[in-house]
Design a protein around this ligand. Structure first.
Ligand SMILES: [Fe+2]
Length: 286
């Protein structure tokens, strides 16, 4: 069966891509965020994943308001990035894992998650930037990917509870995958932020820190926030927390926090990263 090694969560604001392109990782503005990643790299070197299942939200590159699936999964041999207008370099294509994708699709639909299946799929900064943070240098990415896009653009959004249950279903499907592969699960976005409207610039540090604590040992607590409550507490775009909860849901063993980093602000957002390890010998979520 597949081994779920753990989850890595990270912010994905486009400014991070600009900083990478300009080599500003040591810049005083950006360094407190980038300084959170050497421990992530050390953990990845031990975890040795072959595949990354990436929960993220497309911002209009592959899906737009005319056709916007609540949950979509890639089943392509390759995923390309494209210019989104942020002025950041387009990243090289990522290798897919169609066999694993179709296994996940079979299991998820059987589990009553009616996924949109994408045999072609562009991936935007919400996927590419966390990948560049986890595996820096610009070379070929050492892991294959299975992207899972979650609607964060047009209401009604999937609830935090539904997002967490999706992650749990992915975890069950990975446990049932008979290939001997090591998997890391990623959740990208957040934390609290609002980009426009009367509360533009809104950040809620106390709420973010509560979320980063609860997601380790008590993720069900977070699933009880409705979307209006979450928008009030975390800002309109803080709803990206859904991807963190999905990633947490996919951890089927005993979960412990290896590392976390939190910094305000990066481009008007509370920027954070975490590593959660999944001890697979214990079926904590069974
Ligand atoms: Fe975003």
């Amino acid at each position: 069966m597949a081994t779920i090694t753990g989850a890595v969560t990270s912010s994905h604001v486009p400014a991070i891509g600009g900083a990478i392109a300009k080599g500003l990782q040591q810049d005083p503005y950006f360094n407190p965020f980038f300084a959170g990643f050497p421990p992530v790299h050390a953990w990845l070197a031990k975890a040795k994943p072959d595949v990354a299942v990436v929960f993220y939200n497309d911002h209009g590159l592959n899906f737009f308001l005319d056709k916007l699936p609540t949950f979509a999964i890639g089943a392509a041999p390759e995923y390309r990035n494209a210019d989104e207008g942020w002025g950041i370099p387009t990243m090289r294509p990522f290798r897919g894992d169609p066999e694993l994708s179709w296994h996940l699709i079979d299991r998820l639909v059987a589990d009553e998650f009616d996924m949109t299946m994408c045999q072609e799929m562009l991936v935007d900064h919400a996927l590419t930037l966390p990948m560049a943070l986890l595996w820096p240098g610009g070379g070929e990415c050492p892991v294959r990917i299975v992207p899972i896009a979650m609607n964060h653009v047009q209401h009604p959004l999937p609830s935090l509870s539904r997002s967490y249950r999706l992650g749990q279903a992915v975890g069950r499907a990975l446990d049932a995958w008979d290939e001997d592969v090591r998997v890391v699960v990623l959740g990208t976005g957040g934390l609290s932020h609002q980009l426009d409207g009367q509360r533009a610039g809104f950040i809620n540090k106390a709420f973010d820190l509560m979320c980063m604590e609860a997601i380790v040992d008590d993720p069900e607590r977070l699933t009880r926030y409705s979307m209006p409550d979450l928008v009030r507490e975390a800002g309109a775009q803080g709803t990206e927390l859904m991807t963190w909860l999905a990633a947490r849901g996919a951890l089927t063993g005993r979960v412990s926090k290896v590392h976390s980093n939190y910094h305000i602000p990066i481009s008007n957002t509370a920027a954070a990263s975490m590593v959660l390890e999944n001890e697979v010998s214990v079926e904590a979520n069974a």
